[in-house]
Each structure stands twice: as structure tokens, then as C-alpha cells.
Ligand binder design. Structure first.
Ligand code: C5P
Length: 227
């Protein structure tokens, strides 16, 4: 698939968010909206972003009983967002209900496996003897086998996931930095080119674009590095 950039629009006000999007000229970007904007502004921020011509990635990481997730996914379909995240940890039935709710719409469902903020003792906390990497692989494989469209994973996992999971899926990779010396709070980073080489399909990039004086130039540079 064509490689895409998802701009993580991690800002607090809708004005700031829309000013950034008006400044950006590239309508090829996917716009990732998380808790901060969605809880403050709900439907209106999604509609405003769509009006500007961008696809929307709603990053709500759903995790609840299957029926509740079914209703949440239905609402996302009505909102006409393009991507929605949910936790693979919610289990097979929850994921199946999400797929049922998505129906024949264009919504792509993306599974989160183990959050990168968890440490090596997390599987034990869950009662598993697997390593974090193997548990993440198990969840990713389960989600893709069920029919989930993509998996959010780090640049360090993506190569192994693409090798091990035989069905094709969208690999969504955050932790992208234009050069390796500026990591902010990200621990497992890769350049756009390296992440794509390892199998990333959608690069989730926030601060390297948001904090740039010339955002269009940075987007252009990233795209050029992917060619
Ligand atoms: O600013 P930065 O490029 O680090 O933003 C990365 C985005 O990806 C943020 O919205 C963050 O929440 C998200 N993310 C991440 N690491 C994960 C999953 C999601 O950084 N493991």
C-alpha cells in the first residue's frame, strides 16, 4: 500500500488545531485526533477537520464489553471517520463485534497491542509468562486473523510482525523522528525511511511536524525521504 503520514494533532484547543491544518498544504496527510481534542470538542472538531479535506484517525483505543464497543464503532461509522483504534486486549469477541459494527463502511479498525509505556513485568501482571514482545505479537496475530485491518506497533516490532503474520495488514508506527538525536519522550524511535524499510505503512508523527517553524517543509522532507 501507499505509505502515509498520520499527523498526531496533539494540541489542546480547536483553534490551534485548525490553524495548524490551514497552514498545512498537503491534504494527503491523515489527521490523528486523540482524547484531548475529542473530549473537549467531540463531533465538531471531527467535522471541521473533514471539511478541510483530511481523512480522520480517531485514536480512542476502545476497550469495553463487546456490545458497548459495537455501539462505539457504529457511532464512529456515522461520524465517517476513516480509522479507529481499539485494544486487542479486549479479546476476540470484542474485536469481532467491532468488525460487525464496521460492516461494509470504509472505516479501518486498528488494534493496539501492548502500550509501549508498559515494562517487562506487565505480562506477569496479566498472568502471562510471555515476554512483552511475544505477548504483543500474539495479540497482533489474533487481531489480524479475526479481520482487524491494522496494528499499531513500534518501529522495533514492525519487521517481526510483518514476517510472522501471514495475512496482510496495515502497520501503524509512532515514535518517528527525522534524526535520531531528538527523541522527546519517545524511547523506541526510527527515521521515516527506516520505519518504512522495516514494514511501516502509516507513520504517526506529531511533534516533529507540530513544532517545526515551517511545517510544510518538514512534511515535504519526510515524503521525499520515503521515495
Ligand atoms: O509527538 P510524537 O511524534 O511523539 O507523537 C506520537 C503520537 O503517537 C502521539 O499521539 C502518541 O500518543 C502516539 N503513540 C505513541 N506510542 C505508542 C502509541 C501511540 O507515541 N506506542
Amino acid at each position: 500500500m501507499e505509505k502515509k503520514i498520520a499527523l498526531a494533532l496533539d494540541v489542546e484547543s480547536s483553534k490551534e488545531a485548525l490553524d495548524i491544518l490551514k497552514e498545512i498544504e498537503d491534504r494527503d496527510l491523515i489527521i490523528k485526533v486523540g482524547y484531548s481534542l475529542f473530549i473537549r470538542y467531540g463531533i465538531s472538531i471531527i467535522e471541521d477537520i473533514k471539511k478541510l479535506g483530511y481523512p480522520v484517525f480517531l485514536d480512542l483505543k476502545l476497550h469495553d464489553i463487546p456490545n458497548t464497543v459495537y455501539n462505539g464503532v457504529k457511532a464512529a461509522v456515522n461520524l465517517e471517520v476513516d480509522y479507529l483504534t481499539l485494544h486487542a486486549l479486549g479479546g476476540e469477541l470484542m474485536l469481532q463485534k467491532a468488525i460487525e459494527a464496521r460492516g461494509s463502511s470504509n472505516l479501518k479498525l486498528l488494534a493496539v497491542t501492548i502500550l509501549t509505556s508498559h515494562s517487562e513485568d506487565y505480562p506477569e501482571f496479566l498472568g502471562s509468562s510471555l515476554t512483552v514482545d511475544n505477548l504483543a505479537l500474539k495479540f497482533a496475530k489474533m487481531a489480524v486473523d479475526i479481520g482487524i485491518d491494522g496494528v499499531v506497533c513500534s518501529s522495533h516490532e514492525v519487521e517481526n510482525l510483518k514476517k510472522t503474520i501471514d495475512k496482510s495488514f496495515i502497520a501503524v508506527v509512532p515514535g518517528i523522528r527525522l534524526n535520531s538525536d531528538k527523541s522527546d519522550d519517545q524511547t523506541r524511535i526510527a527515521t521515516p525511511k527506516d520505519a518504512v524499510k522495516k514494514g511501516a505503512d502509516i507513520l504517526v508523527i506529531g511533534r516533529p511536524i507540530l513544532k517545526a517553524d515551517n511545517k510544510n517543509e518538514v512534511v515535504k522532507q519526510i515524503k521525499e525521504s520515503l521515495r
